[in-house]
Design a protein around this ligand. Sequence first.
Ligand SMILES: C[S@@+](CC[C@H](N)C(=O)[O-])C[C@H]1O[C@@H](n2cnc3c(N)ncnc32)[C@H](O)[C@@H]1O
Length: 306
Amino acid sequence: MSDTHHITVLLHEAVDALDIQPSDIIVDATLGAAGHSLLIAEHLGKGGTLVALDADEKAVAQAREKFMKVAPNVRLWNANFREIGPLLEQIGYDKVDGILADLGWRQEQFGGDDSKGGGKGFSFRVDEPLRMTYGDPESYAFTAHDIANAWEADSIATILRGYSEEKYAWKIAQAIVAARAEGVIETSGQLARIIEAAVPASYRHGGIHPATRTFQAMRIAVNDELGALETFIAQALAHLAPKGRLAIITFHSLEDRMVKHAFRQAAADGKGDVVTKKPIIPSDDEVAQNPRARSAKLRVFSRNDS
Ligand SMILES: C[S@@+](CC[C@H](N)C(=O)[O-])C[C@H]1O[C@@H](n2cnc3c(N)ncnc32)[C@H](O)[C@@H]1O
């Protein structure tokens, strides 16, 4: 993709799913480039509130000026959505009317074909320090640098299989461990070259870059993305006001499965209803305009009225 600007996925579908009333308190747990948040703000009146957060400090800094002229009260936070419960309690909103999460990352955080990367080592296309943390690396248990330089091959292969179904998981894991003999693996570019050299030529000429799955798996592991999502869903459900809506857009099957099961369980526990028996997916037009949308799935849960 040569356009490195984020295009919001399922914009109207996700905002409509929140069923916003002008005086609602709505939370956008993944502010990003503020596409959803700006449309949410349009639905809210002066008495309404938008609380928007993002783990990436740059997203929050860049969004501030976009909200200068909107009607509702807007509160922006640099925070991880796994902390949504404590955050809402701390700022005084015990119950809210709607919560949206649009998972994953923005194009500019990864760097596109011809762009500079986002500086975090997410992209195999640019040479940056290997890190892959959305927030401050000091607050993470480990970074991609640790995986590449300190983990055993078995553990590396396990995350490659589990988080991205990489079919050459073992070959790649062994190659990473072997490459340490040449020195420390410092950058995303170095790691990408090690992966390219480890896989069969046919894989190098396939539909996706051979490092795509390895980078995805490391990113999920470093950021504990599935753990964060599980915690987020539980806390979000606990903070929904009667009839409040939780809408989540996912981009891969592991996440979608987690959302589907959590919503079903919440319904079985009598907390409310799954609004989307089948996930809402982007139209053909949207996918044609934004290929990144092709794997998106939106699921919506509605809290019961007590
Ligand atoms: C797909 S983008 C959201 C785009 C946004 N909906 C828009 O319309 O511009 C996902 C955003 O979620 C953020 N993010 C990912 N994981 C997060 C987490 N655990 N907590 C908070 N933000 C997170 C990323 O930094 C990224 O900016």
